[in-house]
Design a protein around this ligand. Structure first.
Ligand SMILES: [Zn+2]
Ligand SMILES: [Zn+2]
Length: 355
């Protein structure tokens, strides 16, 4: 009998990278331009520009078009979640991954063997995207961005509560929150709305297009204002301003009156990261599974075999093996600078991760 690694395996960067599905003739999340790509979601370390043919959810296609314009791909084919498609000698189905709008797990079947490639995922509720759906399979391919027992994400409503408490405490200061443009930004705004915050949220120009896209897909974000249209600095006193993380160390910051800097990321659990980002107010809000969610998902998927793509592979491999799974690390190239915004200066090994 054919082993799964005989037909689905990491391709070297020179050969396109990502996972190559040989009997289907396509790569999943390739790191270099290829002829046929299946894309799990719109973050830059998964969705690159320049492929010949891209298959993805309609939302991911909209995100790629918005970010990359006409160079996004030669041809797009939308595949909604839950609709199987025969490609070569494989059957491909996408299932929601709960990571960001449009994010999907690619489930590939070949000769009775089913491999589920999760891309990035999380398990907790996210008002901006469909929840993760466990799928029975023979091999589960998982990320491990937060694959260490120290990473246990707190309740997101409580983290947003810290931001609102700080606004009450420092009503004369603008509150700048560093957020990744795709996913974190819109989720934070929704969490603020759920907490009853109904004032306008002020946006750095780099965040506007994706907020518009989310709203066009039915994610209501409430009143949003471009910072560039604030009549003067004083207008922004006591207001929430969202900007890409890089703006916190940038000239752009001078537009804000006495800014108090917050940063929303799973990495804010690590004090050194918070310092590196100048974050006075670290908010631990992540779009990735934490340690418990990784283990829970491995159990929920029920696959006897687990492949780990990127992140802290060693600890998760050890834990999965101890729990009776066959586990191995794939060491995919091109991940780990995870979901980094293209305009972000690199500041460290895995910093800039959208986490
Ligand atoms: Zn991602
Ligand atoms: Zn990623």
């Amino acid at each position: 009998m054919m082993r799964p690694e005989d037909w689905i395996a990491p391709a070297p960067p020179g050969g396109g990278g990502g996972l190559l599905v040989t009997p289907g003739g396509y790569h999943i999340d390739p790191s270099r331009p290829v002829d046929r790509a299946v894309i799990t979601h719109g973050h830059a370390d998964h969705a690159r520009a320049g492929h010949g043919h891209v298959l993805a959810t309609p939302e991911t296609i909209a995100i790629m078009r918005s970010r990359y314009g006409d160079n996004a791909a030669g041809h797009f084919q939308a595949l909604p979640c839950g609709a199987p498609l025969a490609i070569g000698d494989t059957r491909l189905t996408l299932h929601p991954a709960g990571h960001i709008l449009g994010s999907a797990m690619a489930v590939v079947e070949h000769r009775g063997c089913r491999v589920a490639v999760s891309g990035d995922y999380k398990r907790r509720r996210d008002p901006t995207c469909a929840p993760f759906e466990p799928v029975p399979c023979d091999v589960f391919v998982t990320e491990a961005t937060f694959g260490l027992p120290v990473f246990r994400h707190p309740d997101d409503a409580a983290e947003v509560g810290k931001l609102l408490a700080s606004l009450r405490l420092f009503p004369e200061r603008a509150h700048l929150v560093g957020v990744y443009a795709l996913g974190k930004c819109q989720r934070l705004i929704r969490l603020l709305r759920e907490a009853g915050y109904d004032r306008p949220v002020w946006l750095h120009g780099a965040l506007q297009a994706l907020c518009d896209l989310y709203q066009a897909h039915g994610v209501a974000l409430g009143p949003l204002r471009p910072v560039a249209e604030a009549p003067d600095r004083d207008t922004l006193r006591g207001e929430i301003v969202l900007a890409p993380p890089s703006a916190a160390g940038d000239r752009w910051l001078r537009r804000l009156p006495d800014p108090r800097i917050a940063m929303a990321s799973g990495w804010m659990r690590v004090r050194a990261r918070a310092r590196q980002r100048n974050a006075e107010l670290p908010l631990v809000i992540s779009d990735h599974a934490d340690w418990d969610e990784l283990l829970q998902t491995i159990a929920d998927m029920g696959a006897p075999e687990v492949w780990i793509t990127h992140g802290r592979e060693e600890a998760l491999m050890h834990a999965a093996t101890a729990a009776g799974y066959r586990a191995r690390a794939l060491a995919l190239v091109g991940r780990g600078d995870e979901d980094e915004e293209p305009d972000l200066p690199a500041t460290g090994a895995t910093d800039g991760a959208d986490a």
